[in-house]
Write a protein that binds this ligand. Structure first.
Ligand code: G1P
Ligand code: ZN
Length: 545
């Protein structure tokens, strides 16, 4: 019998989870009792866990190994019956979701700060997913925060660290610790959804090349197993495939800036036909073709339009969902297919109820997130396999598929402008200034466009009727253009203001403009509305996507 020790502690004020779990600098997590307090608050909120199965793993970033051991010892003290932990403490976020679902666990703890940099000076994070495999809803994360404000002791079993480098079961007190292969369940699930024979044929045909950039993050082993070992892609397909605690010193965010090495490869002549990258914890994706970047909003629209070509989705889609700031490209496809399209607040957790209720099959966010009802997280490698399945069946290039899509549905020019690391007050000031203007805006003309909607987005979940307020300022125009302003809920340094700009174009002669040029007028309207230069003290956004 291992002894349970009770350790007294005092609350930390800053343990409110954001868009995706509790994310802080590593130094914050390293404070004595910090992780323990939050974990205890979580376990207290979950209630009686005796005999339950918990899934545990992370993206391998710095501090993952230390935190895993602490959580195992606390899970044993809390009375869990069994913890399924990925070998070496690793599980990608979508794989964790798959493992929770396959093994009917009561939930899982994922250690990740997603695409944020790692290493001792980087970020760390902890997130709880419920039994459906998805991020805990706001009621749960709020309850955990509440509890964290009064936690005065935590329970932990004493003892040495558990070896996590070999598969199999051991015990920690009365709790079983099963070290599982992080890739196996996930790979099996992918095999059930996609036409592996067709993809294998494409990848071994000699007329198609691809590169996958794992960005020194969690998906390296997943991509090697699936793309190279199972699907026959060339051995050099996976680049930056060794996960490292600081992501090779890089920023594991799959976008045009941070995945530059891949982008440059695709720009070469002749470059690969297809390029893709995923983020720190494997849930985001970026899709590239020769000479073309597929915007994430377009990607979810294109997957929806082509889902009938993929075995797992051949039976039809129940509906689709996108986060509010995501472009309305997928709405047009849904209308054409005669299926519902839901608009949810930012953050994957808002898709959970719709997926659980069987109301939607595919969902996506503009922030490089795409997924489906196969798990309850967005899924980077899944999106890559989906694209490969489409490419294998249609035998068209990525650029052809995108251009044909625009020709059929029109193009939603779309861009996001981020103002990062602002002082909290001016950032909040911009939102308050806009809020104060909202009532007077409808009916007004700005830059030749008429405003027909101005609100602070409130979402009523169609399944449980829960209401989420203040989810972003929406300004809609009569020509379907939109400007959205919101503050990031994942940043760890100051405040980040996101400005999303979208404009629909059906004129075939205007489908191939430069995105920033096409959106220039609307961007100027955003500046006028929010007084961005004045209020941020910046001349330009930090990042333009
Ligand atoms: C960002 C993205 C959002 C995504 C989240 C987690 O949140 O905008 O779409 O779900 O990361 O990956 P934000 O920082 O905007 O709150
Ligand atoms: Zn992520």
């Amino acid at each position: 019998m291992t002894d349970v020790r009770t350790v007294s502690t005092t609350p930390f004020q800053d343990q409110r989870p954001g868009t995706s779990g509790l994310r802080k600098k590593v130094d914050v997590f390293r404070q004595p009792h910090y992780l323990e307090n939050f974990t205890q608050a979580l376990f207290d909120t979950l209630g009686d866990c005796r005999g339950d199965t918990l899934v545990l793993g992370g993206d391998g970033r710095y501090y993952n190994d230390v935190a895993i051991q602490t959580i195992l010892k606390m899970a044993a003290a809390a009375g869990f019956g069994r913890v399924l932990v990925g070998r070496d403490g690793l599980l990608s976020t979508p794989a964790a979701s798959a493992v929770i679902r396959r093994h009917r666990a009561c939930g899982g703890i994922i250690l990740s700060a997603s695409h944020n940099p790692g290493g001792p000076a980087g970020d760390f994070g902890i997130k709880y997913n419920t039994g459906n495999g998805g991020p805990a809803p706001e009621q749960v994360t709020e309850a955990v925060f509440e509890r964290s404000q009064s936690v005065d002791a935590y329970c932990i079993v004493d003892g040495g660290d558990i070896a996590l480098d070999r598969l199999g079961a051991t015990r920690l007190g009365n709790m079983a610790v099963e070290v599982v292969d992080p890739v196996q369940d996930y790979a099996a699930l992918m095999g059930e959804l996609f036409d592996f024979d067709r993809i294998h044929e494409l990848l071994t045909s000699g007329r198609f090349t691809m590169r996958f950039d794992a960005m020194h993050a969690i998906n390296g082993p997943y991509a090697r197993t699936l793309l190279v070992d199972r699907l026959g892609a060339a051995a050099d397909t996976v680049m930056n495939g060794e996960p490292s605690p600081d992501f090779g010193g890089g920023h594991p965010d799959p976008n045009l800036v941070h995945a530059r090495e891949l982008v440059e490869l695709l720009d070469r002549d002749p470059g690969p036909d297809f390029g893709a990258a995923t983020d720190g914890d494997g849930d985001r994706n970026m899709i590239l073709g020769r000479g073309v970047f597929v915007s994430p909003s377009d990607s979810v629209a294109i997957l929806t339009a082509n889902a009938h070509l993929v075995p797992g989705y051949r039976a039809g889609l129940a509906g689709v969902a996108r986060s509010m700031p995501t472009s309305q490209a997928v709405d047009r496809v849904a209308a054409e297919l005669g299926i519902a399209c839901y608009e949810t607040p930012t953050g994957w957790k808002f898709f959970g109820n719709l997926l659980d209720a069987g109301m939607v099959t595919l969902c996506g966010e503009e922030s490089f997130g795409t997924g489906s009802n196969h798990v309850r997280e967005k899924d980077g490698l899944w999106a890559v396999l989906f694209w490969l399945n489409i490419l294998a069946v249609r035998r068209r290039s990525v650029a052809e598929i995108v251009h044909e899509h625009w020709a059929e549905f029109g193009r939603n020019y779309y861009s996001r402008h981020d103002y990062e690391a602002l002082d909290g007050d001016p950032a909040q000031g911009i939102i308050e200034h806009l809020r104060a203007e909202l009532n007077g805006l409808p009916g007004k003309s700005l830059g030749g466009r008429q405003i027909n909607l101005a609100d602070d987005f409130t979402y009523t979940d169609p399944v449980d009727r829960s209401v989420s307020q203040h989810q972003g300022i929406r300004i809609g125009f009569s020509d379907d253009s939109r400007i959205v302003f919101r503050l990031s809920g994942t940043g760890t340094e100051g405040a980040t203001l996101r400005v999303y700009v979208e404009q629909y174009e059906a004129d075939r002669a205007r489908l191939h403009l430069d995105t920033q040029d096409a959106l220039a007028e609307l961007i100027a309207v955003a500046e006028r509305l929010a007084e961005l230069k004045l209020r941020t003290g910046r001349n330009a956004p930090t990042v333009i996507t």
